[in-house]
Every structure is written in C-alpha cells, then in structure tokens.
Design a protein around this ligand. Sequence first.
Ligand SMILES: [Zn+2]
Length: 426
Amino acid sequence: MRIENLCVRRLIGDAAGATTHGHKIALKGGYIYQTFQGGYTLTPLGWRVVRNIENIIRQEMDAIDGQEILMPVVSGADVWRESGRYDTVDVLAKFKGRSGTDYVLNPTHEEVVVDFVKSVLETYRQMPFMVYQIQTKFRDELRARAGLIRTREFIMKDAYSFHETYEDLEQYYNRCLDAYTRIFKRCGLKNVVDVLSSTGDMGGSVAHEFQLINDMGEDTIYLCDCGYRTNKELVDEDTELCPKCGAKLNKVRGIEIGNIFQLGTKYSDSMNLTYAAPDGEAKHPIMGCYGIGVGRTMAAIMEESADDKGPVWNMATAPFAVHVIGLADKEGKTLPMAEKIYNDLKSAGVEVILDNRDARAGEKFADADLIAAPIRLIVSAKNLANNAIEVKYRVNDVDTTDMETSFGLGTYMSETVDAILKLLGK
Ligand SMILES: [Zn+2]
C-alpha cells in the first residue's frame, strides 16, 4: 500500500468530540469514522487491526475445539418470544417487515443458536460441542460514548457450548477462561483481569467479565489482595469489604472487553431444546456462552497503550508490519531505493506501506506514528552515504533495546529483506 492511496483521513490538531485519549487517537489516526451516533465505519486501517484481532480470537477458539458458524443479524421475533426475552431486553431493536412480520436486530444470539442447534442435536454422543461466530450486533442503547467503547452497532465474537453435565460445562468454561486470557495477552493488553460478575438478564449461575483496568472505563471493579476480584454488582457498596477475607477492597475503573456465562438450561428449557440421554430420556442440554467485543478490544488497546503521538500496536495487531519512508535527496537515489525495498518486502508477503510522498520529513514521521507499524525503515541521503538504512521500532511488548538500528544494504538488497523477515519471525 502506498500511503497516498490509503483511504483514510488523518486529522491535524484536536479531534473534536473525542471523549477519551484512545478515542482521540482513533479519530486522529483515521481508524474510525462515525457514520451515526453509536455506529462507526472501520477505515482500512481500523479494519486491518480488527481483522488481526479476529484472527487471534479464531485461532484460540479453534484451539478449544470451537466450530465457526455465521448466523443472521436479523431474526424473526418468534424465537425471542419463545425464550420470553422479547419484552424484557430493553436494548432489543424491533421492526416490522412490509408483510407485517415482526423482526429483531439481534443484540446477542442465544435464541438464534438454540433454534439452530435444535436442527442438529439428537443424542448425548454429540456433546460437548461449541459453536462461535464473529459478527455484527445491534443494541438500541440510550447513550453511546467514547468511540468504540460503547456503541450501538458493534462486532462481537459470541460462542455457545452445549453439555450433558454441569461438571463438563465447568471444565469447558475454565478452558474458555484460559483461552480468553491468552487472546488478550496476544493482543498486547497488559492490565486485563477476570472478575466475578452477576449473570443479569442472561440467566444462569456463574459468570466472569474480562476487564481492562483503565481510568477511562465506565465500570467499577473491586480487587482484593487475597485474589478475589468482582464487579460492583456483587459487592456491598456501603462497606466495600471482601466477601471472601473481609479486607477492604481496592476500587478501580475497568473497560469490559469480554464476558463468559454458565447459562445452565435457561434457554434449552424455555425453547425446549432436547437430546436423548443414554437411557433414552429426553433432556435439556446445559449451556455456556462466551462473548468478546472485537472493536472494543481495539479501542481498549488504544486506551491502554497510545501515547501523545499515536497508538502502539504489537506485531500481531498492527495494521502494517513495516513502514518504509523515503526522504528525497538531490541526487535522486533515496526514493528509488525506498521503492525497491517496498517492492521486495511486498513480494516476500510482508504487510508494508510506503511513504514516498513529496512532503516534509516531520509530516511523514507524524503519519507513521499514527499508523504505528512496529518496524519503520528510513531511507535518507545520510543513511545511504553510509550504505545503510535506518530502522526504528514502535512496538508494544517487545524489548527493542538490543535490536538493530540500521541495516547494511550490502551488495544485494536481499540481505536487508532477509534481516527484516527475521525480525518479523518469518
Ligand atoms: Zn479478600
């Protein structure tokens, strides 16, 4: 990708309307565009990051035997009436088709997945299994805030597991909890904790939220030195004492980026989903459900890591791995060299962006900070005189102190490309 063709508008100066630092950086860098209050277009930059996060999630869900599916955004009201939630979920957006049919925009898919699994599940031998999707949801929230933190339309990974026994659900639930911990770590998030939460209108017994500890968060969470962690729903807010050890709890702000629930039979019961048990008796499977806000995870990374210049991604989430900057010289050598490095990296399958624009160096560096490719290669007259190109890093969770600060160009360009591929672990 050449930077002048990138369908992104980076803002100069303050981002009006931004309510948090991460939101400001997302707008300044041109990662998101507000299409309506609470609904955002992800630009090519934002979508690259979100797709990278999705791929991490996919790998970890597949690793715990998840099977990816895709359910529709819209469904008939009938399944929601069947579960009894049609009139109780306040964020449920309802509309009528021309034929008079009642539809909903699904804010979550328990009803739709149970209806689907009815068509598949016959006997106990098929369980346990988990299906998941990465898909758009709509919640008719009264207020939207902070960019991708609280939106009305958003991309979510939602997963649903089906079990014969509570022991089996518990075991799978813990595998999923571990997978979530790996996902957020791989995304470069540092201060994510799992906290006990109430199950709210999801039903069920045990639930956890994954919260990024951050002052910009709209949730209050309580942490205890004994290891007990919970959200405010499970704390007596007058005393703020740990229900486990009695000590005073530490109160911090959090951004919720994931949640997991042991649902039990709430939905299989109300919607009459059954399977044949070993003795032939018809039973309701025991369910778990597991969500991650995908766009919100990108927003959380920005809240946690962005500095005044822009976001800081890690190798796994960055929109581009390498940013090549050519600084024009009088002899006309630097730009063709930058072009050649760009082409060679592209041919080697590296996600690379080239800035050979006729622009000031300061402007190019500021844009590079906002795109934040972990590896930046600078081709200038001074470097070329030393038969080298300069390397700079902008990366989260990698210690760059001992890493190369320049690559020799040598006789063959391929040496430089090999050195960069090695840095990228390719
Ligand atoms: Zn405690």
